[in-house]
Design a protein around this ligand. Structure first.
Ligand SMILES: [Zn+2]
Length: 318
């Protein structure tokens, strides 16, 4: 699977790992994470505190590059964070916590917590809207978990919640561009329209199936094409949802093949992981190494999410 160069010293040498992280955390030079100053920051010299500690003369606080990131207060070595991130970035279908646990030589629970924190780093990296003038954006929803026969029935009914063990993912994909997925509580105009309006440039051409929840979308976008899957219509010129369907195929293969079961509480993090890999894909000329750097960069400023995750996630136990 992964083209991860395991001989890279950042995976074995603590100093190399720290320097690598510092260069991603502070591309324009070290600054104080508490007060934002640059001129008042000096390295502590590593005598008493160990290397990687800095002191800010302005606010008189000590810090490392991990302060203000998802890695803050973690006792896991940076070498392991980097290896876990590179492995997750390079494996197309994701990597299970069991596999990470074996490859990192860390307890299973630790590997599980790390994977979720790394997914947090992959969230919301590019908040700009999808599409634009002359661009197509496809939208569709899919059910994760539950029995296959119920899923199809559900899809036909267009009813509310997906039932026990079934969750709804709603994805928007710009053709030749990015994807943006969300875990939604129900499939109806009230839930989906605000997402469409917020995440897609209104100059775009929207393509969906002809389900009722998309009925009035032509009012919000330059054009709206609805494909009638009910009468076996799948492609009518530019009007098709093949791009978002292909994305769902990758997502489902990954979730059922690698993760087997994804709980309601954590689905948004798995969606973030699959969206991230799609948005940083090789077809867009992103290399495995660049993808991993972007994932590491995403951990900065997410400390709040880690300390106070939505819905009281057990990540706080880590
Ligand atoms: Zn300061």
């Amino acid at each position: 699977m992964a083209t991860v160069d395991l001989t890279n010293p950042i995976f074995t040498d603590p100093d190399a790992a720290r320097e690598h992280f510092e260069s991603i955390r502070w591309p324009d030079g070290t600054y104080c994470p508490y007060c934002g100053q640059t001129d008042t920051v000096k390295p502590l010299g590593g005598k008493s505190m160990g290397p990687g500690w800095y002191h800010c003369k302005d606010c008189r606080r000590k810090f490392t590059a991990q302060v203000g990131t998802i890695y803050e207060r973690s006792h896991i070595p940076m070498t392991k964070w980097l290896l876990a991130t590179h492995l997750m970035c390079a494996s197309k279908k994701g990597i299970s916590a069991h596999q990470l646990h074996r490859m990192l030589g860390l307890p299973y629970k630790t590997a599980w917590f790390m994977a979720h924190r790394i997914r947090e780093g992959m969230r919301d990296l590019n908040p700009s809207p999808l599409g634009g003038e002359g661009k197509f954006v496809e939208a569709d929803e899919t059910y994760i978990g539950g029995k296959e026969k119920n899923k199809h029935a559900r899809k036909r009914w267009h009813s509310g919640r997906g039932g026990i063990g079934k969750e709804i993912a709603f994805s928007l994909v710009e053709r030749d561009g990015r994807v943006c997925s969300q875990h939604v509580p129900s499939v109806n105009t009230k839930t989906l329209r605000p997402i469409l309006v917020a995440q897609i440039d209104n100059e775009s051409m929207l393509v969906t199936d002809d389900a009722g929840q998309y009925r009035h979308m032509h009012r919000d976008f330059a054009r709206h094409e609805a494909v009638n899957h009910g009468i076996g219509e799948y492609v009518r010129g530019d009007a098709h949802t093949n791009t978002v369907e292909s994305y769902f195929a990758i997502l489902k293969r990954g979730i059922t093949g690698t993760y087997h079961h994804v709980s309601q509480q954590h689905l948004k993090r798995y969606l973030a992981e699959f969206d991230f890999r799609y948005n940083e894909r090789t077809a867009l000329e992103v290399t495995d190494a660049e993808r991993a750097i972007n994932a590491v960069r995403g951990v900065v400023g997410k400390r709040v999410t880690y300390k106070k995750p939505h819905g009281g996630s057990p990540l706080t136990q880590a």
